[in-house]
Design a protein around this ligand. Sequence first.
Ligand code: SF4
Length: 346
Amino acid sequence: MQADKKDIRALSKEQLRDFFVTNGDKAFRGNQIYEWLWSKSAHSFENMTNVSKETRAMLEANFVINHVKVDTMQRSEDGTVKNAVRLHDDLIVESVLIPTKTRTTACVSSQVGCSLDCNFCATARLKRMRNLTPGEIYDQVVAIDNESKLYYDRPLSNIVFMGMGEPLMNYPNVMKAIDMITSNEGLGMSPKRITVSTSGVSKMIKKMADDDVKFNLAVSLHSAIEATRNEIMPFTKSFPLTELREALEYWYAKTKNKITYEYVVWKDINDDKASIDALVKFCKYVPCKVNLIEYNAIDDGDFQQASEQATKDYITALERNNIVVKVRKSRGKDIDAACGQLANKS
Ligand code: SF4
């Protein structure tokens, strides 16, 4: 029965080699299958054309490949592409291709729904159903890489973990997926082109630093005032700013890798001078840059983009203090693919 079979991509290369030896074959057969599964991204055993019929039948009898399928694909008028990705158990996640003149970025999901409860985010309205497997994360990247080649004639250049879910709440699977994305046995991408974005799970930021990761870290900060942050991201009551600061100092001491703060300015929430001063102060603790992100209202939300003047005030204050700041315009708004809008509407 299909349900009793194990997803073959849950096996390491060593385990695959052992499987073949145990079944009277050569260990190198494991390497060959591993290559089909990851670097060639085979969707079925049948696709493994240089593998004997008998071996394919044996694999079929023991395993499944829980590959994802792009169910629907929408293209925005600005070129952004959003995929609704169907998983083997019929759950859906979304991932987005964001093209600019010089790069193509994949924004991928790490969970079905989200464990956290940011009030401004459409994904938070979905219950967290489960974590994605390394293979399911990897497949989203492969799908976007293919679309990038098809529509923009160039491979994917960057990956951000800013889709559905909190990546650090699915840490082992996200790390395994990144291992395969960066490995020459997978996609061979540089970790410098990957950014993991967290809402600030301090314990796990320290763990990443201890694990000596080479990718970039972004933190959705949105306020450097505890009470405001607790209000807009209620779970942060368990992750106070003092702990976040300490974790980020630890990260920088170990990795020497600057942090990016993601920050949305909302009307009547954080568009005042006290909020600006608090952010400037917070930015001085650890080398960093700030991305001010344009907000996309969600259907029934109370959050509204602040005035242009408020954004300008932030920029002036940050620049005056020599903090690098960029304004990130929203992409793919017309197809609900922009930041905070991923909610499986389709
Ligand atoms: S912003 Fe990110 S962490 Fe917060 S609810 Fe949305 S998906 Fe989860």
